[in-house]
Design a protein around this ligand. Structure first.
Ligand code: GRF
Length: 201
């Protein structure tokens, strides 16, 4: 698989930072070809620039439809010869056109043990539900929100005195560890899908 990553962000970019650091430190053999944000002025863009990575802002508000917006994303990613798209806090649903443009080559990290608690505020959903174990999931992206085949998951305990902030922080540590590992696993190839099951080796 082409090891050129396109990372899509909307904000803080701490998962982007984890990918940058895993590449710099060696375990993740890849290049971030482009970081795209749908919002200007976000911290993730500063992190990318500080690492010397090409960035572009494609604001969704200036496009008439999701499909037209997604065509602009596809165009930017293709121009940078991206082989694997990594969503990292990208707060937009993707159209089927986008998903088909990168078959089995779009990943996302989500702060819950999917299929529990898809969508926004997953950590708050977990607390409200009263689960005792929470975690994060790296999965392939389909047009359905947070529903694609699972590549890797990591679990953390939910503690009696947890708030959304403390639980989110505990999950985030695992996100930063897991996402580069999962990207490396997918890039390494030699995996197959059986139904929804990602089977490595
Ligand atoms: C993470 O919790 C990620 O799982 C979710 O959005 C958050 C993004 O954080 N999809 P960051 O921008 O990577 O810091």
């Amino acid at each position: 698989m082409n090891r050129r990553l396109g990372v899509l962000i909307s904000g803080r970019g701490s998962n982007l930072q984890a990918i940058i650091e895993a590449i710099a430190a060696g375990p993740l053999e890849a290049t971030i070809a482009l970081v795209i944000s749908n919002r200007p002025g976000v911290r993730g863009l500063d992190r990318a620039r500080a690492a010397g990575i090409a960035t572009t802002v494609i604001e969704h508000g200036s496009f008439p439809t999701r499909e037209v917006y997604d065509l602009a994303l596809i165009d930017a990613l293709r121009r940078h010869d991206v082989g694997l798209v990594c969503l990292a806090g990208f707060m937009r649903l993707l159209s089927t056109a986008f998903v088909s443009a990168f078959p089995s080559a779009i990943l996302n990290v989500h702060p819950s043990l999917l299929p529990a608690f898809p969508g926004v505020e997953a950590q708050q959903q977990a607390l409200d539900h009263g689960v005792k174990v929470a975690g994060c999931t790296v999965h392939f992206v389909t047009a359905e929100l947070d529903a694609g085949p699972i590549v890797m998951q990591a679990a953390v305990p939910v503690l009696a005195d947890d708030t959304t902030a403390t639980l989110s922080a505990r999950i985030l540590v695992e996100e930063h560890r897991l996402y580069p590992l999962a990207i490396a696993r997918v890039l390494a190839g030699g995996w197959r899908m059986e139904g929804r099951r990602f089977l490595a080796g």
